[in-house]
Design a protein around this ligand. Structure first.
Ligand SMILES: Cc1cc2nc3c(=O)[nH]c(=O)nc-3n(C[C@H](O)[C@H](O)[C@H](O)COP(=O)(O)OP(=O)(O)OC[C@H]3O[C@@H](n4cnc5c(N)ncnc54)[C@H](O)[C@@H]3O)c2cc1C
Length: 499
């Protein structure tokens, strides 16, 4: 294998230099060598597939111009590519659904983009689904709906399987089944040496544990075997309220976020200020109840009585209908986004303070930008995580996220600024950082702060692995050093949080 790769590499350099009058970059060498091996899977600038794949991102700020787009169709293709990257020292990036709005995390200009689009199998065997990272969750749910099952995973259909599960994965079914990664029974993964391995409770158990929340530092996952659970039609949708209803909504969220919530229920609250795009300001509560009831279960009844309710889409429906691909109202890739999160113990006072800070900071951002302000959206999401989430994680053997040791429910507040014009990228990112630092200070002052940064909701300068506890952080580093001693996934791969 090594000899074939070297031979292919040597074949590429001379013709390239003759044609273009310069030496190719290492990444161009990798693209040409991959093209020699798998011509149908390598796409260069100018092709329709290249254009399509380089724009498959949630955030327009993540669009890239890689040396080529490699679309492996099998784990063996991935194995060849990893060996080649290692040999030639090519920079590369991995992209599944492209929803991490951290520029560079899933593509880089001039690097090789390994996009998982063709690894899009979904197969069922008993109560296990074998899922390729090239799927989005809506692809999976449309199939599981047909057999009356669910894999506990993303709450927005356009999110990719690869990144969400490797970062943990918070689902509507969290109270019963834990994080999405807790439901993986086997990862098929290509490690830095190019070996195609299985990581499960028996084979490579240390790698199995690390992949449950450890992100992209350990290999390229080519298939996820995940547990499924029976699920028929569900009850859910959105309740939309006037902006002025926010205090009542938050008060109700705090009551809901108690210790003994109905485990079939889950909510997300989005506070949205889309005035600059002409969509107004409103509060949206997404409700999910995992049974086909036809009227609000007791746990949700108070939400229906809050004054200022202006729209209600809550009905009994198939699960895949609750999580459409374009949940944000706008399809992925239309806007650029930047986000940052903070985590704290449930507290009505901190929730209120967080929303005050959100409104103050948005106001001051608008004032500072004045007539230069670009159209955009400001969103504050409250995600109440249940006690059941961490308890379920413990039952299934634990993960790298380090939450199982922490008791009680928690609130994740996620602030996202979205915009249409790239000139505001740096300004909006800085403004989000300033706001969330203030929110963190408020939760610290109230004695409610939890020093836990969810990798799947982190800004590039946040340090999720360090927040998973000293023991987990060091264990993750040991696993990384064992499977990737030369640092292929840390040094050659673009993106990922420092470990
Ligand atoms: C609209 C929206 C809704 C969301 N909803 C939820 C939610 O309900 N629950 C939740 O937990 N999170 C949610 N998230 C966060 C989401 O989980 C993360 O953004 C996640 O990283 C997205 O995964 P992806 O595959 O789409 O992204 P990508 O950007 O493709 O991947 C994210 C990271 O994982 C790496 N990666 C991807 N695939 C592989 C692979 N096969 N092998 C190795 N590394 C890989 C990439 O290199 C990248 O660094 C949401 C995000 C958005 C934008």
């Amino acid at each position: 294998m090594q000899n074939i790769l070297l031979f292919l590499v040597s074949l590429t350099i001379t013709p390239y230099s003759q044609a273009y009058g310069s030496k190719p970059t290492r990444e161009q060498v990798c693209c040409l060598a991959l093209h020699g091996l798998f011509p149908a899977e390598v796409n260069f600038q100018g092709s329709g597939t290249y254009t399509n794949e380089t724009h498959k991102y949630f955030s327009a700020a993540n669009f890239v111009q890689p040396a080529c787009v490699f679309l492996p169709a099998t784990a063996a293709h991935v194995s060849y590519a990893v060996q080649l990257f290692n040999k030639v020292k090519c920079n590369f990036a991995i992209r599944s659904g492209g929803h991490l709005p951290v520029p560079g995390s899933n593509g880089r200009n001039g690097a090789v983009l390994l996009a998982t689009s063709k690894l899009n199998h979904v197969k069922f065997k008993g109560s296990v689904a074998k899922i390729g990272p090239g799927n989005t969750w809506i692809d999976v749910y449309r199939k599981t709906d047909l057999i009356g099952q669910v894999v506990p995973d993303g709450r927005v259909g356009s999110v990719g399987v690869g990144g969400l599960v490797l970062g943990g994965g918070v689902s509507f079914q969290q109270s019963d089944y834990g994080f999405a990664c807790d439901n993986v029974v086997n990862f098929q993964v290509v490690t830095a040496d190019g070996k195609i391995r299985n990581a499960n409770a028996i084979s490579n158990p240390d790698l199995f544990w690390a992949l449950k929340g450890g992100g992209n530092r350990f290999g390229i996952v080519t298939s996820f075997d995940m547990k499924m659970y029976p699920l028929g039609r569900i009850y859910g949708g959105e309740l939309t309220y006037q902006y002025s209803s926010l205090p009542e909504v938050l008060a109700q969220v705090d009551k809901y976020h108690g210790e003994d919530r109905d485990s079939k229920s889950s909510i997300i609250v989005n506070v949205i200020d889309a005035n600059d795009l002409g969509y107004g300001q409103f509060v949206e509560v997404v409700l999910y109840y995992g049974k086909p009831v036809s009227s609000p279960p007791p746990v949700f009844q108070p939400f229906f009585g809050i004054p200022g309710l202006i729209a209600n889409t809550v009905t009994t429906k198939p699960f895949s209908v609750l999580v459409p691909a374009d949940k944000q109202g706008l399809p992925p890739g239309v806007l650029s986004h930047t986000w940052r999160s903070v985590t704290y113990q449930p507290s009505a006072a901190v929730n209120e303070r967080v929303s005050d800070i959100f409104q103050e900071e948005v106001k001051s951002f608008r004032e500072e930008r004045g007539t230069d302000l670009q159209p955009g959206i400001f969103t504050l999401a409250y995600e109440p995580y249940s006690t059941g989430l961490t308890a379920a994680s413990q039952r299934t053997g634990g993960n790298a996220l380090g939450l199982d040791a922490r008791k009680g429910p928690l609130m994740l507040a996620l602030l996202t600024y979205s915009w249409t014009n790239q000139t505001e990228s740096a300004l909006r990112t800085a403004a989000v950082k300033k706001s969330v630092e203030r929110m963190k200070a408020a939760s610290l002052a109230a004695g409610k702060h939890i020093d836990w940064i969810y990798l799947n909701a982190a800004a590039p300068d946040q340090l999720p692995y360090q927040s998973y506890g000293k023991g987990n952080f060091e264990r993750l580093r040991r696993v990384r050093d064992r499977y990737d001693p030369k640092g292929v996934f840390s040094k050659l791969q673009s993106g990922g949080f420092p470990l």
